[in-house]
Design a protein around this ligand. Structure first.
Ligand code: UN1
Length: 512
């Protein structure tokens, strides 16, 4: 295994890192506060960052605006070639970057590598996309006329990302935005800025080698005040924000007030329906990985299991047995399944949620609690737990970003689907069944109301090729694959008259 200090060196992370970085410039004002970044793994200081001032943010926007003018001149497939090179660099740095993701954020090393793999995958996707970006052609009602639509670059895309996927979510946005001809300003979570700085260096090296160094890729480190500046900034036509529903509502209100575009990817309250026709061993892997993977801090984490009464007792016992096997500890040690929560505040919220659940009548069949002892000295390690609940409990309706799994019993599929949909969020959902009627009902318009609906797969771990996002309080945005690229471009309809007269549409007569 690699020593963290070597990895920091390798990824050019300094002891104190600048508040902003563009291709042209990087810096921070001497009096901006220094923030220490502590690892939830061992509580040690990894490095420090400075937070950008509003003036520095403005400098970055100016540089990005200028970069847009030249970047959009480069043919899309050539922009794709640059993204291809970034993908190559990510492949070369996968081990180091994945390890730093794991150490800075706390997810298991396997999941840290998986996150970097998602970045590599989206690069490949974006390279292919760079030769597509298709518009439609349509037939004009007027003779000797041609109609078609084309997609043009949008401008500066503001990316606000969360701590739980500190780098992959940026890449889903940035790689698409870049092939679309946009430039990006990225504000990573202030909890995980170091992996962002590492990615910025990797991307900037490629831009520099290709003679493009004018702020196509910009990074601004800061807290929510920078996010607010971005949301209110008319120079940023699109804000892509990932995080809590509370954050999303305030971003959306600010962006909406100026009639900008926002792409929101917010909270989930994801359930797996386990029917009487389920392969229970398969259900078990999906449910446990979904609930304890990333210590329950994925927006796609499995929060609820909706289990048919005939298999309920059997499956509950399987879960209890499986939870007894889960190894919690240093996520860099590949023997462990689950690492820490992101910080002590998250531990507090987790403990409060357990109390709220108990107060509402929840029955814990696997107890939670904070882990104590030398191996858990950072104070961020908790036990994954399971409670039998009712779907209407306020705490069950709420997304708690922690490994708390709720069990709910159902009688018939209609009821199960109503329970599954009966929450404010609508990100991911799943059914485990070998029965075609159950599966197809779940996927039909009368089934799951989520942006993601899976059969015989859990709720988390989506591939990048599909559009990623969800409905209701999840915010409605779609990132990543399919035609999610369209939000990063502006659509233009073009009608061309190649006749010798000027007929008007709708048959309107207008003679001079
Ligand atoms: C997130 O938690 O914000 O589907 C993203 C998944 C991952 C992405 C999760 N591919 O679980």
């Amino acid at each position: 295994s690699l020593a963290i200090s070597e990895i920091l060196d390798h990824l050019h992370i300094n002891d104190i890192n600048h508040a902003f970085s563009t291709g042209k410039d990087e810096g921070s004002s001497p009096d901006s506060p220094v923030n220490d970044i502590l690892s939830p793994v061992d509580g040690k200081r990894i490095a420090s960052v400075k937070f950008a001032t509003p003036a520095e943010y403005n400098t970055v926007v100016d540089i990005a605006a200028k970069a847009f003018k030249s970047w959009r001149q480069i043919p899309a497939p050539k922009r794709g070639e640059i993204v291809r090179q970034i993908g190559d660099q990510l492949r070369l740095n996968k081990k180091e970057l994945g390890t730093l993701v794991s150490y800075e954020m706390g997810k298991s090393l396997q999941e840290g590598y998986g996150e970097v793999q998602e970045m590599i995958d989206i690069c490949d996707f974006a390279v292919g996309l760079s030769r597509q970006l298709y518009g439609l052609t349509m037939h004009s009602e007027r003779p000797e006329h041609r109609m078609y639509e084309q997609y043009h670059p949008l401008g500066i895309v503001g990316i606000i990302s969360a701590f739980n996927f500190p780098v992959a979510v940026w890449s889903w946005n940035a790689m698409l935005a870049w092939v679309c001809g946009d430039v990006c300003i990225w504000k990573p979570s202030e909890k995980t800025p170091l992996t962002a700085i590492a990615c910025q260096h990797i991307a900037q090296d490629v831009f520099k080698k290709n003679g493009i160094d004018e702020g196509v890729s910009c990074l601004v480190i800061g807290d929510r005040s920078i996010g607010e500046l971005m949301a209110n900034d008319t120079r940023l036509p699109l804000i892509s924000a990932t995080g809590s529903t509370r954050m999303g509502k305030s971003v959306s209100a600010a962006v909406g007030a100026r009639l900008g575009k926002s792409l929101l990817e917010l909270g989930g309250n994801n359930a797996i329906i386990i029917t009487e026709n389920a392969d229970l061993d398969m259900a078990l892997i999906g449910a446990v990985f979904g609930a304890v993977g990333t210590a329950g801090q994925r927006c796609t984490s499995t929060r609820r299991l909706i289990i048919h009464h005939s298999v309920y007792d059997d499956f509950r016992q399987k879960l209890i047995n499986a939870y007894a096997q889960i190894k919690i500890g240093d996520p860099l040690d590949e023997h462990n399944h689950m690492g820490p929560l992101i910080d002590k505040d998250a531990v507090k919220l987790y403990l409060e949620s357990i109390e709220k659940c108990k107060a509402e009548g929840g029955n814990f069949v696997v107890d939670g609690g904070k882990l104590e002892g030398e191996a858990y000295a950072s104070g961020c390690y908790v036990k994954p737990c399971i409670a039998e609940v009712e779907n209407h409990y306020a705490i069950v309706q709420h997304e708690t970003f922690a490994p708390i799994l709720y069990l709910i019993k159902y009688q018939d599929l209609d009821e199960a689907i109503n329970l599954q949909n009966g929450v404010p969020q609508g990100l991911s959902s799943a059914i485990i069944t070998n029965n075609l009627r159950e599966a197809e009902t779940f996927l039909s318009f009368a089934g799951s109301d989520c942006g993601i609906a899976n059969v015989n797969i859990g709720t988390s771990g989506a591939e990048i090729g599909g559009a990623f996002g969800g409905e209701k309080e999840t915010g409605g945005g779609r990132e990543s694959g399919s035609d999610a690229w369209k939000v990063y471009m502006r659509r233009q309809t073009n009608t061309i008259n190649h006749s010798k007269t000027l007929p008007l549409a709708q048959g309107i007569k207008f003679d001079l």
